[in-house]
Design a protein around this ligand. Sequence first.
Ligand code: HTL
Ligand code: MG
Length: 660
Amino acid sequence: MGVLDHITGPQDVGRLRLSQLRALSSELRDEIIDVCSETGGHLASSLGAVELTVALHHVYDTARDRVVWDVGHQTYGHKILTGRRDRMRSIRRHGGLAGFTTSSESEHDALTVGHASTSLAAAFGMALARDARGAPYEVTAVIGDGALTGGIALAALNQIGHVKPRMTIVLNDNELSISENVGALNAFMRQLQVQPWFQRAERSGKEALGDLWSPLAEFGSRAKTAARRFFDPASNNPFLAMGLRYVGPIDGHDVEQLVYYLRHIRELEGPTMLHIVTRKGKGYDVAEADPITWHGASTFDRLEPAAAGKGYQWSDAFGDAACALASAEDRVWVITPAMREGSGLVRYSKEHPQRYIDVGIAEDVAVTTAAGLALRGEKPIVAIYSTFLQRGYDQVIHDVSLENLDVVFAIDRAGLVGGDGMTHQGVYDVAYLRAIPNLSVAMPRDVPQLRGMLKSALRRGGPVALRWPRGGVKPAPDQPVEAWPEVVWGTWERLKEGDEVVLLGFGPTVATALAAAGEDPRVGVIDARFVKPLDTEMLLALADAGSTLVTIEDNALPGGLGSALLESLADHGRSLPVVRLGIPDVHVDHGDPARQHEELGYGPEAVRSRVTALLEERERAITDGGAPVVAGRRSGGRATTCEEQAVEAHVVDTPRRASV
Ligand code: HTL
Ligand code: MG
C-alpha cells in the first residue's frame, strides 16, 4: 500500500511527515492520470496542481479553513484527498461527481464554480465575514494566470490591496490559459521568470533561495526584501503596486518548499500573493508536451495515449465560415475571450492574424471591443460560449444594442453541454437576449443555414446573435461565399405539412421534431429559426388553422421560444393551445445530453409520446364536442408538467448553509 491508500480524508495529509509528501504527490498524480484515462476531463490542469494540492491540505484544515479554487477544474487531486476517491470514476457523468468544486458535494469545496476569475472576490468576502465575526480560520484563493486576466479578478485585487484582509492568494502560473495566455500581465510574469534568480532556483531548488530559507520570525521582512531584490525595479511589480505583499516566483512542483511558504505566509497580516510556477500536464509526457490538447481530455489509453478525434463540429463549421467571410470582406474580425480551440478558431487565427483578437478571459472586454470596432465601421464577430456571454450582458445592452451596432455574436455551446454541467449550461441566452432591443436571435439547423445566417447578418448590419450547440454536425461542401444562400430575416420554414399538431423546432431540435412527427399526416413541422424577430405571419396562420403547437427547445423555458410565441399570440388577441418543451426552472447537472433531453421531456422519444397523447386528446375533444385542448398534461392522468418531471430528475440540491 502506498501513502495515498492510507489517506481517508484531508486530516491524514496534515499528519504526514514532510518527507512523505513527495511520495503522496507522485501517487496522486498517477491516480489522476488513471481516472482521466477512464473518464476524460481536465487532466493537464489537475496534474499541474498536484504538489500545490498536497501542500494546501498539509497546511490547512479545509473543513474549517476556506481554500477557494478558481474555475475548479484543477481539483481532481483535491477531490481524491477529500473523501471522494472511490467516486472519481463517476466524475462529470450522470449522477456522479461534478467536474468542478461544488459546495453541495463536499464541505471541503468552498465554492460552487466553473466560470473563471471569481475566487479572489469570493475569498475577499469570506475574509471580511471571518474578520467581522472574529472567527479563527484562514482564507486562501488559488487562481491561475489565465483566470487572472478576467476583470472581476483584477477588480477584486484592487479591493483586496486596499482593504488588506489577512488572506493568501496563490497565483498558479503555468503560462497557459486553455491556449497560450495573453495580455500585458502575462508578459510581466514571463519577465519574472527570466530573472537569473528564478533560473537558479529552477535548477537547484531551495539552495538558490538560501537567504529566503530563513527562520520563521524573519520571514515577512526577508520575503519582502528578497522579492524586491528579484525584480528590478521593484515598484514595477504590479502586485506590489496594488497593495499586496508579493512572494515569488517559486517552483510549484517542490512540495516541501510550497509547504514552507504557505505555512509562513499564514502567519502574516494582510494579503500575500504567493506566485508559483508550474507546468500544465506535469508528469505525463503527452500532456506536458501538448497541454493545449490535453487541457480537456476525452478518455484515452494510458500507455498509448492519443487525443480522440472529434469529427466535424458546429465550432468547425463556424470557424470555416468565419475564414471564408474574412477572406471575402476585409472588415470582418473575430474576437474570442480565451476560447480559440473551443470556438473552432485555430485555423482562423492563423489565416487572419490581423483580424483576430484573443482578449483573455474577459467576455465584457470582448463585447465592448467589438462595439469600438463597429463604431469605426468594422464588422466584428464575437465568438463566445452561451454560458460565458452571461459575463458580457451589460455590454451587449449598453455598448452594442443602444448604438444598434453591426456586431455578430457567434454563440457556441448553446444548450445542455454534458460533462461540464450546471456552471456551463448554455441555456439562458435566448431568454436574456430576447429582451434586448435591436438584437436578432436565430439558430441554424444545419451548416448551410449557419453560413447563410452569418452572411446575411453581416450584410444587413445591426446586432445579431446566432447560436449553435456543442457537438457534431454534418459538414457541407465548400462553396464560395457568393454562393451561400442568404436567409430571409425573421422567417420560419415549414418543413412538413400537417396542421393538427405542429411541432416547432429551434436549431438541433428541428431534427427532434422531424423524428417525432415521422410520417404522420396530422403532424406538421416548422423550423422556427428566428426567435427574434418572430415569423408572426406564419404564427397567425397556425392560429387560424387551430393547430395545437408544440415548441421544442434546448434552453430555459422561461423566456424561451415557447414564451415568445405565447407573448405574440396574446399580443394579437389570439388564444391557442401551446405546449412548451424545454428546460424548466431548474439547474441541470452534468450528464449525457441525449439522456437529459429525454428525461426533461424534449428528446425524440419523449416528444413522440407527447404528440401521440396530444392527438388522442384532440380526438377526444372533438368526439366529446368539448373545448379545444389546452395541453400540458400527459394522458396518464397525473399532472406531469415539465417542471415536475425535472424536479424529480434534476434538482440540484443546494443545502442552506449554517452560520460559521
Ligand atoms: N470564461 C470564463 C468566464 N470561465 C471559464 N471557465 C472559461 C471562459 C473557460 N475556461 C475553462 S479553464 C480556462 C478557461 C478559459 C483556462 C483557465 O486558465 P488558468 O488555469 O490559467 O486559470 P489552467 O487551465 O490550469 O492554466 C473552463 O471552462 C474549465
Ligand atoms: Mg494557467
